[in-house]
Write a protein that binds this ligand. Structure first.
Ligand code: SAH
Length: 248
């Protein structure tokens, strides 16, 4: 069940905390019997929803620690959470993928070193790269009016990228797939809560990688007979999923 939502005045929220007495205190603590650690949503008059947890309950007041805030429209978004699992492309193409993907509503990005990725990330470069990539999604989010910022994380290879995936629908866009189309995969079930899509680098996927992903429940799908550039593939898949299951 999602956290209860309370209508509050934005002035009650300061420095990442909100505290309430009177009616809201009564409602939260006395009526709903919420206590320390319970999740709540605070919707303010400016159209922002603040997600937080109760961190202190006193005799006449209750304090909430805010964890994140975003516009109501987005927190109510109907689209599935889409993770783009992208093999590192050449040069600054990744900037485009992160920027356009953020505009198109990607929930987060998992970048990984593909066997055929020409670009390599050394361990000592990782921190700087991640900072830069996360700045790109933060800037793009601001530009397009998103206040939730897609997180960019790094995985060394397809092995790590295919592991620990809890997403309900898992797809690998594979240029070698002949039979199973994206349309088949998307029309097979109802709207999932979360989707992860693996996309190869310029050189495509190595069959070993396709096997790794398949073993972890990723369905190989084709986008048709034309070969798209890796950045086009990610923009296309996000647009298609948003159109079918989102609010485009
Ligand atoms: N060099 C490869 C193509 C790689 S395209 C070749 O010539 O076969 C880069 C990535 O985009 C692919 O790994 C895949 O994830 C995605 N992609 C591009 N076109 C595709 C298509 N028609 N079907 C499925 N995936 C595609």
């Amino acid at each position: 069940m999602s956290a209860r939502r309370f209508m509050v005045n934005s002035r009650t929220i300061r420095d990442g905390y909100a505290s309430f007495d009177g009616d809201i205190y009564n409602h939260m603590v006395r009526v709903l019997r919420l206590g320390t650690g319970d999740a709540v949503q605070l919707a303010d008059e400016k159209g922002t929803v603040h997600f937080g947890t109760i961190n202190q309950v006193a005799k006449e007041w209750v304090a909430v620690k805010i964890i994140s805030s975003c516009p109501v429209a987005q927190s109510d978004s109907v689209a599935p959470r889409i993770t783009i699992c992208q093999a590192l492309p050449k040069g600054d193409k990744i900037d485009l993928i992160l920027q356009k993907g953020t505009e198109l509503g990607a929930h987060d990005f998992w970048l990984f070193g593909g066997r055929r990725s020409v670009a390599k990330i050394r361990d000592d470069q990782q921190k700087n790269k991640l900072e830069r990539w996360n700045r790109i999604t933060a800037d793009a989010a601001r530009q397009c009016g998103r206040t939730d910022i897609p997180e960019v994380t790094w995985r060394p290879s397809a092995v790590e990228a295919s592991n620990d995936t809890g997403q309900e629908l898992r797809l690998i866009l594979w240029e070698g797939e002949r039979e199973h189309s994206l349309k088949d995969a998307l029309s097979a079930g109802g709207k999932p809560l979360s989707v992860i899509v693996a996309i190869g680098p310029e050189g495509g996927f190595d069959p070993l990688e396709v096997r790794h992903f398949s073993q972890h429940g990723f369905q190989p799908v084709s986008l048709g007979s034309r070969i798209l550039r890796t950045e086009t593939a990610s923009i296309a898949i996000l647009s298609i999923i948003q159109y079918i299951w989102g609010e485009m």
